[in-house]
Unconditional design. Structure first.
Length: 387
């Protein structure tokens, strides 16, 4: 099997996907902009060959790379990056080279906020109305129907980047004065917390691994208001999240992929569909899947790619938390202090790449506990500030 990896060195914790593919006997072929000698040694060892391009944004260069691999090794069987940024590139390449997976005529139903609504409705998952608004007149018309507050976000965006809450005419006018030159999507603000349905589907579309995230603080608040982000994987998936998630997967019809579906849970305990991401959740969450269950999700993905069964036991042995810190805050406890106080529960900690730090912090801790309350107490210490 020939598996082409786009930008295989990034994010760093995804390198393990490619090393596990190689260990399973799959031929790994990499394409990226990075000089070969700067790639991690384990990635170099995993790849049969690497093709460097000047820019992944230059489609002609990437086409040539895939053409070279086809000439040298035969038909390309799969192409992935597991990265939101390259989903459209991958879909175009799959179309041009007749590769299994999401094609160019399908990807925008899974990328554009405005199109996702249709699939949520097909799944009979409640969602809120929304519209593309690219000028002040269109924004005012939407506000006249729905009122404030509203959320505005890029229709084709990643995470909470460029996302804002607007509460007044003054903020609306200010937004359109500085609005980036991309399509923006507006929808009513929903009061509630964010919960997710995450996992992996096999080639038949069956969810073979499922999990969930419960956010204690929002990504938008972390990006825009410097709030410290934290979230956890619960030991038991809520029944309504599981039901809505499986229905949503069926409506979108994805195969052999990771997924990350976001919902609001309102104070009235109702779920409202927010968006779907047809790739693994970001940050260190894939590693948290492993820590919460004592499994190797990277190896299981290699099994699924080869048409084999997902063999690991989904035990959900632990509640697994992520807690991020941001530079410049007067935290009461240093990293060493936190490790001294809670080292038995902290399974991993590291500096976070700058491209992710606005959302998840400059330094992250992963911890696992028997109960949610125990984990929340540790997170409280991690985020405690001096008065």
């Amino acid at each position: 099997m020939n598996f082409v990896c786009i930008s295989p060195h990034f994010p760093p914790n995804f390198v393990t996907f490619w090393t596990r593919l190689a260990a399973a006997g799959i031929r790994v072929l990499g394409i990226a902009e990075e000089p070969y000698h700067q790639l991690p040694h384990e990635l170099q060892q995993a790849m049969t060959e690497y093709y460097r391009v000047e820019s992944l944004g230059d489609y002609a260069q990437v086409i040539r790379a895939c053409g070279y691999f086809t000439h040298r090794y035969g038909k390309i069987d799969r192409i992935e990056s597991h990265n939101e940024h390259w989903l459209e590139l991958e879909a175009a390449l799959r179309t041009d080279f007749n590769i299994t997976g999401i094609r160019a005529d399908e990807i925008f139903d899974m990328k554009l906020k405005s199109r996702m609504k249709k699939a949520f409705k097909k799944a009979r998952v409640t969602t809120v109305d929304g519209a593309i608004v690219n000028n002040l007149a269109e924004g005012r018309e939407f506000i006249s129907n729905y009122g404030y507050p509203v959320i505005v976000k890029p229709d084709n965006g990643v995470g909470a980047a460029g996302t804002w809450r607007l509460d007044s005419d003054e903020q609306l006018e200010q937004f359109f004065t500085h609005k980036p030159t991309v399509d923006y999507f507006m929808e009513p603000f929903v009061t509630g917390g964010i919960e997710t349905f995450d996992g992996l589907v096999d080639g038949d579309g069956k969810a073979v691994f499922t999990s969930s995230l419960v956010y204690g603080s929002g990504v938008m608040e972390s990006v825009n208001n410097e709030v410290d982000l934290y979230y956890h994987i619960p030991r038991t998936l809520p029944k309504d999240i599981e039901k809505a998630g499986l229905a949503t997967l069926k409506a979108f019809g994805i195969r052999e992929r990771f997924f990350h579906i976001e919902y609001f849970r309102t104070p009235q305990n109702k779920l409202i569909g927010l968006e779907i991401n047809v790739r693994p959740p970001g940050g260190l969450t894939v590693d948290m899947f492993n820590y919460a269950n004592d499994i190797d999700i990277f190896s299981e993905y290699a099994n699924i790619v080869q048409g084999q069964a997902f063999s690991a036991e989904i035990s959900r042995k632990y509640v697994c938390f992520y807690a991020g810190r941001k530079h410049g805050k007067p935290y009461s406890y240093s990293v060493d202090d936190i490790l001294a106080r809670h080292g038995a529960n902290i399974i991993h900690h590291q500096s976070i790449d700058s491209i992710f730090s606005a959302a998840i912090g400059n330094y992250g801790f992963i911890l696992r506990t028997a109960t949610i309350e125990e984990g929340q107490a540790i997170v409280s210490d991690i985020h405690q500030l001096d008065n």
